[in-house]
Design a protein around this ligand. Structure first.
Ligand code: 13P
Ligand code: SF4
Length: 308
């Protein structure tokens, strides 16, 4: 870390105390942002930590739907995102109005949405899920109930396969970053590194054809935890490249090969160390959710948290 970054780091640490703030960072964040965070993790872990925190201020280093989830779970706290433009291409594929229409064409169906969606979409849902608990959430719904699952069709297809659930309809949404992870590239990497295990995030666009190549399908935190105790020493990492930093940190003696070096989420990378500092200095940008929407969305999130 150069001196300027060290100075910024120190200022952030001071301001954190003054503001009674906690910094949460997703596993895809820039390494320097992960380093100043109090807690790093996947969507599920971060939403649980936001709900449990006693701090007055939560600085959410991640994308907008994640900060919204924190604001829903901790309505009395000031939730900040250092850059309001940090969106999510997957979340953008489903608007609340789309979901209302879909529901109207399947009366009585149970709606399960991946947390990568807006607060309005969560408010229209019966359950939320994340990549680490989607199988459990679907498993908790009576088998005779029709399910509408969105917005990620690849996560949905994988869960459908894992649970053998036939009556589950999928919304055709996907993430442009995971879409860059392709079957041919995985095959080539596997032949170049025959000892390596392929770890796949369920959002991968190659889901159906690449799934047989996967040694394990895991959330970002699931990958970080798995490699610490795995017998293998080499891993092909099928997710956004930011996840390689915490994986290497947790298992420095092991080798990590990105499935695609270009699989980078520009939204996640909008959060810089400087913006975290400005966020704490000016208490910006505040993320709030109207009470009516937050109350309904919270039910769907809390149902998920109870199951996991
Ligand atoms: P995780 O829940 O595995 O952290 O995934 C979040 C995400 O946005 C993946 O692109
Ligand atoms: Fe959204 Fe994809 Fe970025 Fe995750 S990696 S935040 S799903 S755009």
């Amino acid at each position: 870390m150069n001196e300027t970054k060290t100075e910024i780091h120190e200022k952030i640490s001071e301001l954190k105390k003054d503001r009674d703030a906690i910094i949460l960072a997703h596993n895809y964040q820039l390494p320097e942002v992960q380093e100043i965070a109090d807690i790093t993790g996947d969507s599920l872990l971060l939403s649980q930590k936001a709900a449990q925190s006693n701090a007055d201020v939560i600085v959410f280093c991640g994308v907008h739907f994640m900060a919204e989830t924190a604001a829903i779970l901790a309505p009395k706290k000031t939730v900040l995102i250092p850059d309001l433009n940090a969106g999510c291409s997957l979340s953008a594929t489903m608007a609340a109005e789309d979901l209302r229409k879909w529901k109207a064409s399947h009366p009585g169906a149970v709606v399960v949405t991946y947390v990568n969606c807006s607060a309005e979409v969560k408010a229209e849902s019966d359950y939320c899920c994340t990549s680490s608990n989607a199988v459990k959430v679907i498993g908790a719904i009576p088998k005779d109930k029709e399910i509408l699952f969105g917005p990620d069709m690849y996560l949905g297809a994988w869960v459908r396969e894992k649970t053998g659930r036939k009556n589950m309809h999928l919304w055709p949404g996907s993430c442009h970053v995971h879409h860059m992870i392709k079957t041919d590239a995985i095959k080539k990497l596997k032949s170049d590194h025959p000892q390596a295990e392929f770890l796949m995030h369920p959002e991968c666009g190659c889901s159906s054809s690449c799934l047989p190549l996967a040694d394990h399908v895991l959330s970002t935190q699931g990958m970080i935890n798995y490699v610490k105790t795995a017998r293998a020493n080499e891993f092909i990492v099928g997710t956004e490249t930011g996840n390689l930093y915490p994986m290497k940190k947790g298992a420095p003696e092991k080798e990590f090969i990105p499935a695609n070096t270009e699989a980078q989420c520009e939204f996640m990378k909008m959060i810089t160390l400087e913006k975290v500092l400005w966020s704490l200095e000016d208490l910006k940008y505040r993320v709030t959710v109207p009470k009516k929407i937050a109350d309904r969305a919270r039910q769907a999130i809390e149902r998920m948290i109870k199951i996991t």
